[in-house]
Design a protein around this ligand. Structure first.
Ligand code: JFZ
Length: 598
């Protein structure tokens, strides 16, 4: 939908407009607040490493012989551990294997441009030498050293920016901070005292004793007041004007936009730089029970879908209590880095794709150039560039320099990637002619060479469907996000996609959705090429709405085939889904697949 805003825009103009808009935004922010923080390094960085590490890493999800599944840095709260008992456990935290140089070597090999590490998480334990509290790694553990000192030094040597995560609102060992209701009465809370006597002084330590710090990554603002958030922001800027502040300071006071844990936006909002955060497995802190590590290609898929929408990916690791990065994380970060070593030009400093969605991967851009990230190479190698009206001057494989053929077929421009191209996720650099016009193509290409097409919310071309976002966790805190097509509450509502079928063929059409008891049983109709295909929504399970942190069921999505259609000629088609009868939204429709049916 947003694509319609970009009709017939010259690439050069497009890029210029983007930088103009961001310049306006930057100066607007500056005049409102005096302090000008340089966010351009952040906009260009694209890949960061998040590190969750603390005394909870030593526990790894086990308390009193009991196993807690889900995110382990929440163990104290989940097991309702009294502060005194929890604090006493710090004597067992002795990360003798910690080697800052080795961690930074992994980060460097991975090609990250910044690292953010937990300086203090919700459990209140400071991973640095703090004079403000004795509950810190130097005073309260046999280890007795400050790991952040070495890390900041090593990172700086390696040319990697460094940020500190600081839990400003929750501190479970403090009666005046938020989060520990099993010991402290929130009515007795004097939050201003905690801010003045712990949070602000610790931030001062972090922003005074470690040289230039690039980000203070605040989190879980809860009902932190606007005054308090402004106070925190002003304090950071007073101590280090160039230090960025994360979005989770609250009240829209961050220097860049952030999304929820594990969420890539369907469509990025506005022109501000933004960051998606994911963890490599499901927990943020080290867990003995979490082996759901993403593979290299899954991480590349995340990275490419983030950068092709213009954002940064910060991917988390959870070193263990001895200070070791889990082997699967070190290995995957290193192999992502191998790919970036060859293809970094297509990532760092690039901007979002100016074209429509492509069925074979993602696109990034810089003035006069497009980069085609081929996640799913078609058998015949033909990469469609929907919306490009002028034939590019040249195309070459970034890794090898091999020149590729560019051809026009009907109204479309294709780059031909040889089948022999062996590397996983090859990238093609395309040089655009100076007068290249991009007429952004609303329609989704359907072709046998891409095994069909997938239609999602962000590809909608008409109707009045609404974005319906859902998030669930399986264990605890391991959020999964779904951006679904919602708002289909009556026969007058519809979701409409324009298709451009490239050649004749037969396809099965599959709806992928989740439906509660309430939604189940409603009738819907999918219309394609003038034919109506009726279906009844099947129940897949309930989602308990409500509190953010409650154990929930996984949201199950069902593949429901509703049609087989034969397109006997290439051309434009419209696909519509609407309720025939509905009282509540038809279903949580994640996507419509048009799958080649042989
Ligand atoms: C927060 C932390 O609580 C968590 O431990 C971890 O540090 C993660 C990166 O950030 O998790 C959140 C924060 C906000 C929401 C959910 C989890 N939220 O808004 O629902």
């Amino acid at each position: 939908m947003i694509r319609r805003l970009f009709h017939a825009v010259l690439v050069a103009v497009f890029v210029a407009a983007i930088s103009f808009l961001s310049a306006c935004e930057a100066s607007e922010q500056a005049s409102a607040e005096e302090v000008v923080t340089d966010v351009e390094w952040f906009r260009d960085a694209k890949f960061g490493m998040f590190i969750h590490w603390g005394m909870s890493s030593q526990l790894g999800g086990i308390w009193d012989g009991k196993r807690y599944y889900g995110i382990t840095e929440w163990l104290m709260r989940r097991a309702k551990i009294p502060s005194a008992e929890y604090k006493a456990k710090s004597v067992e935290f002795n990360p003798v294997e910690y080697d800052a140089a080795e961690w930074v070597a992994v980060a460097k090999a991975a090609g990250v441009r910044y690292i953010v590490i937990t300086a203090k998480h919700h459990d209140g334990f400071a991973m640095f030498d703090s004079a403000v509290s004795d509950f810190d790694i130097v005073d309260a553990t046999p280890y007795g050293e400050d790991p952040l000192k070495a890390l900041t030094e090593e990172a700086r040597k390696a040319g990697i920016r460094i940020g500190f995560y600081y839990s400003q609102y929750q501190d479970w060992t403090e009666k005046d901070a938020a989060g520990n209701e099993w010991e402290f009465d929130p009515d007795d809370r004097n939050f201003d005292r905690y801010l003045a006597e712990k949070a602000m002084p610790q931030l001062e330590e972090l922003l005074t004793n470690y040289g230039p710090i690039d980000i203070i990554w605040f989190d879980t603002p809860g009902d932190l007041s606007k005054e308090n958030a402004e106070q925190l922001r002003a304090w950071v800027k007073e101590l280090q004007p160039n230090c960025l502040v994360s979005d989770r300071i609250g009240h829209d006071l961050g220097d860049y936009k952030g999304y929820n844990d594990g969420e890539i936006p369907a469509v990025a909002e506005g022109e501000r730089p933004w960051e998606a955060i994911f963890t490599h497995n499901d927990s943020w802190g080290f867990s003995y029970f979490d082996y759901n590590f993403k593979s290299t290609s899954e991480v590349l898929e995340l990275l490419i879908s983030t950068v092709s929408k213009g954002g940064n990916l910060m991917l988390n690791i959870g070193p263990d209590g001895l200070g070791r990065i889990p082997a699967p994380s070190a290995a995957t970060f290193r192999s992502v880095g191998e790919w970036l070593k060859v293809n970094g030009e297509a990532v760092y400093g690039t901007s979002a794709s100016p074209l429509g969605k492509v069925p074979w991967g993602g696109i990034t851009a810089r003035p006069g150039k497009l980069y085609l990230h081929v996640l799913h190479p078609p058998a015949d190698g033909m990469l469609i560039l929907p919306g490009l009206a002028t034939k590019p001057d040249a195309a070459r494989v970034l890794a090898t320099g091999e020149k590729l053929k560019v051809r026009r077929d009907g109204g479309d421009i294709f780059v031909e990637l040889p089948a022999s191209e062996g590397s996983s996720v090859p990238v093609v650099a395309v040089d655009l002619a100076a007068d290249t016009a991009i007429e952004v193509d609303d329609a989704t290409a359907v072709s046998a060479r891409y095994d069909g097409a997938r239609l999602q919310f962000e590809d909608l071309d008409g109707g009045d469907a609404e974005l319906a976002k859902y998030r669930t966790m399986h264990y605890f805190g391991d959020w999964k996000h779904y951006h679904t097509v919602g708002g289909l509450t009556s026969p007058a509502n519809s979701a409409t996609w324009n298709l451009r079928v490239l050649e004749p063929g037969t396809y099965k059409i599959v709806l992928n959705y989740s439906a509660s008891k309430e939604q189940a049983g409603q009738e819907g109709v999918l219309t394609i090429a003038g034919r109506d295909f009726y279906f009844k929504v099947l129940e897949t399970g309930e989602l308990s709405e409500g509190e953010a942190f409650s154990p929930r069921k996984p949201l199950m999505f069902l593949d429901h085939p509703v049609a087989v259609v034969h397109f006997d000629q290439a051309g434009d088609y419209e696909l519509t889904v609407r309720p025939e009868v509905a009282n509540t939204s038809l279903a949580k429709l994640l996507f419509v697949d048009i799958r080649l049916h042989d």
